[in-house]
Design a protein around this ligand. Structure first.
Ligand code: FAD
Length: 500
């Protein structure tokens, strides 16, 4: 409520925020979490909490009147649909050279993501975050994160015959024929539940085209894991539909935090200001970066370092699809949960880790779709725009060319071996590469650069950053296990040193 005081406020309920809240509560602290999205617990008129990808409605997107699907065309036609404007679960946030997809709601990105729970190779981690003790991460914090997230592995015997993974088996076969190595990828989606879906003994979710607008069943998103455990301590209060706007030092100590309470149309129904002794920024790479550059530029937190807003990257994300031969059908029933990656990171000429992605169109498409994570050296900068009062990101679409070059090293070779071609009808009219959007925003407040080596904003004791903005633009694999493990490491140190 307006005027409240509290010991700890966490801004955002994604991976970083959920870890911070749980561990602080277990250490005996009372925590308030604010989240600008909704609490996704109430079913709509169709009896379901979330809408699927084939029939999206207002629940799908954050305040849009038309869907903005990553695959926005199909055989020459615009694949997007009109929807009512609503505070839906997936945000496609547009900057000049890139659209950045993010989850909105209690659970952040875990509500909309593919659940791929990948621990990077230790040598790759060490090259990205040299200031963080990799030995400790791999012995303690990655295992802790995997357990907390309820990561599980697919039953590879079942995989070999399940209809819903024909697309992935085709992906493996073609990778092998071109001498690429592949790996099964762990997930937070419950693969035992998926077996029941395939056997028609449980309501379908992954097998009913549900994922980027939320899964009604099967997925262990954060609201079922870390946040449920945090609430279970009785010490954590989660306040949805509140967007933080300003943070500044309060007279008499602590921080004054202003926020807008919003309705499902996105309109502010009330503004509130609270005072918190300690504030954790966990609004995600984009959300935290936007908040921090705004506070610095508008004089609310003028002493923040110049490194705030810098070092942003898209994890080298690029998407592409190939059109298979008639004997390589990919299946009309496709699990929305990817479980296989082609690992070409060791290729010094263009490192890439490409997940074999589903294309759950409900019909046979003969298409193989991939999301590649590549080693792209370009980094963007967020800056406050005093004219609009918003925050710009200077990323240019052309900066994705290195990612395309990395991905081509895999897919040009597979195309030539299979006698196949790229599809050009999915990411626009006559456009091969999905190079103008990202699922994996990272950086903007890089650890040991903009913060100390544990995420403290040292100019303002009591302010912390604990989300994907700490990671310098790249994780070499899908990022949320690394975000979670780094948060586990940092919060342990912060609790030990800063809470007495
Ligand atoms: P987030 O999870 O983004 O959480 C930040 C939260 O803060 C959000 O809920 C947001 O609404 C809230 N917030 C923002 N601003 C404010 C504010 N001003 N006030 C209050 N609240 C605010 N990663 C993987 O590892 N594997 C995958 O398979 C995978 N698939 C993906 C698929 C899609 C479609 C998308 C969009 C992402 C995917 N990701 C995947 C990426 C992953 O979800 C993100 O890396 C992760 O969620 C980032 O965690 P975070 O804690 O940094 O922030």
């Amino acid at each position: 409520n307006d005027g409240d005081t509290m010991p700890i406020l966490v801004i955002g309920t994604g991976y970083g925020g959920a870890v911070a809240a749980l561990r602080l509560a277990q250490a005996g602290q009372n925590v308030v979490m604010v989240e600008k999205g909704m609490s996704w617990t109430q079913p709509g008129s169709d009896g379901k909490v979330f809408s699927n990808m084939l029939e999206p409605d207002g629940r799908s997107y954050w305040l849009r009147t038309k869907t903005d699907q990553p695959i926005n065309h199909f055989m020459g036609a615009d694949y997007n649909k009109s929807i009512p404007s609503y505070t839906g679960v997936l945000d496609s946030e547009a900057f000049s050279g890139i659209r950045i997809y993010q989850g909105r709601g209690v659970g952040g990105g875990s509500l909309v993501n593919g659940g791929m729970a990948v621990t990077p190779k230790q040598e790759n981690f060490a090259s990205i975050l040299p200031s963080v003790d990799a030995g400790e991460m791999y012995s303690t914090y990655y295992p802790r994160a995997n357990a907390g997230l309820k990561v599980n592995n697919i039953d590879q015997t079942w995989f070999q015959t399940a209809d819903c993974y024909q697309f992935a088996r085709v992906g493996i076969k073609q990778a092998q024929r071109s001498n690429f190595s592949y790996t099964f990828v762990p997930n937070v989606y419950d693969f035992n539940y998926m077996k029941q879906e395939q056997a028609d003994t449980a309501p379908r979710s992954a097998l009913a085209a549900e994922v980027i607008y939320g899964n009604n069943y099967g997925k262990n998103s954060l609201d079922k894991t870390y946040l449920a455990a945090a609430s279970g301590t009785g010490k954590v209060t989660i306040v949805p539909q509140h967007a933080v706007t300003t943070v500044s030092p309060a007279n008499g100590g602590g921080f004054s935090v202003a926020m807008n309470q919003i309705d499902t149309s996105g309109n502010t129904v009330k503004t509130k200001t609270v005072t918190a002794q300690k504030v954790f920024f966990a609004a995600g790479s984009v959300g935290t970066s936007k908040l921090l550059v705004t506070q610095k530029a508008t004089g609310k937190l003028p002493n923040l370092p110049d490194a705030v807003g810098k070092g942003w990257g898209n994890n080298g994300n690029v998407m592409v699809a190939r059109q298979n031969q008639a004997w390589d059908a990919t299946g009309s029933l496709q699990a929305t949960i990817p479980c296989v990656g082609i690992d070409n990171w060791a290729d010094a000429g263009g490192p890439a880790f490409a997940e074999v992605s589903p294309f759950p169109a409900g019909i046979e498409t003969f298409a193989s779709l991939y999301l590649a994570i590549t080693k792209n050296p370009n980094r963007g900068v967020f800056s406050y725009n005093s004219g609009s009062g918003g925050v710009d990101l200077n990323w240019q679409t052309a900066w994705n060319q290195p990612s395309i070059d990395c991905a081509k090293r895999i897919f040009d070779k597979i195309n030539s071996k299979e006698g196949t071609i790229y599809r050009t009808d999915l990411f626009g009219e006559y456009k091969t590469w999905g190079d103008d959007f990202a699922y994996h925003p990272l950086g903007g407040c890089v650890i040991n650069v903009a913060t100390d080596n544990y995420g403290r904003l040292t100019q303002y004791p009591g302010l912390y950053v604990i989300d994907g903005s700490l990671i310098p633009g790249l994780t070499t694999v899908n990022p949320f296990v690394t975000i979670t493990a780094l948060a586990e490491r940092n919060i342990e140190k912060i609790i030990a040193d800063d809470f007495h």
